[in-house]
Design a protein around this ligand. Structure first.
Ligand code: PGA
Length: 253
């Protein structure tokens, strides 16, 4: 499986800035068959990104969705709308959504099910806070989140699901998890997936790491056998920096 590299742009970039970023980024990465690359503009720039990236192999991921089909939900965007605009993936459960919008596992579960129903591939973000890690609760927290959100969800033949382990204390802090810390949690996640996902085989679900990844740390993280890709925030906001991350895949020329 090729590593999956996702730029999480959060609330950055106007439509024009997205176009400029992508033009420069595409020049820099050239032909990148070694990785699957996705970028996540805000809703107003999704269409532009899809159009600019057509035939490039780089895909577009939305940052959020609302689980209802349609109706009186002011400000919300549905899975069907995102699929129609050409997104292939959608982030669900990012810790900033939990923090600033009060999202809980029950809502995240509904979002994930809505995404799958409309053929969008959810990228499910899970992770512990600094306090939870300090108190030795990391395994319980990530396994608990997985169970609350995924237990009993029908995934279909092609799971279409990606997990992103994003320790909350590592997001936007410059304090990345070490490769060993990430590996340890990835192994717990893999074991849990094997317990709760019957079909398709749990090993087809990629597990990414996210949290203060930089061009300097990406290669070492990706060299770990259990880290199958990266979700990159701050270091994806500059074309040169994200291109450098894309070039840091072990074995890349
Ligand atoms: P960061 O963000 O790389 O800036 O830590 C990662 C994320 O929130 O997905």
């Amino acid at each position: 499986m090729k590593p999956l590299l996702i730029a999480n742009w959060k609330m950055n970039f106007t439509e024009l800035e997205v176009t400029r970023f992508l033009e420069r980024f595409l020049e820099l990465i050239g032909d990148q068959p070694r990785a699957t690359i996705l970028v996540s503009p805000s809703f107003p720039s999704l269409r532009t990104a899809v159009t600019t990236l057509r035939k490039t192999g780089v895909g577009v991921v939305a940052q959020d969705l609302f689980p209802e089909e349609q109706g009186a939900f002011t400000g919300a965007v549905s899975a069907a709308m995102l699929a129609a605009v050409g997104c292939s993936h959608v982030l669900v459960g990012h810790s900033e959504r939990r923090k600033f919008w009060g999202e809980d596992d029950a809502l995240i579960r509904r979002k994930l099910i809505a995404a799958l129903k409309h053929g969008l591939r959810p990228v499910l973000c899970i992770g512990e806070t600094a306090v939870q890690r300090r108190e030795g609760q990391t395994r319980g927290v990530v396994v608990g989140q997985l169970r609350q959100i995924l237990d009993g969800v029908a995934l279909g033949e092609d799971a279409g699901l990606t997990i992103a382990y994003e320790p909350v204390w590592a997001i936007g802090t410059g304090d990345s998890a070490s490769p060993e810390q990430a590996q340890e949690v990835h192994a717990w996640i893999r074991t849990c997936l094997e317990e709760i996902v019957s079909a398709p085989p749990a090993e087809t679900i990629p597990i990414l790491y996210g949290g203060s990844v930089t061009a300097q740390t990406a290669g070492t993280l990706l060299a770990q056998p259990t880290i199958e890709g990266l979700l990159v925030g701050s270091a994806s906001l500059e074309p040169g920096s994200f291109a450098a991350i894309c070039a840091s895949i072990p074995g890349a020329p």
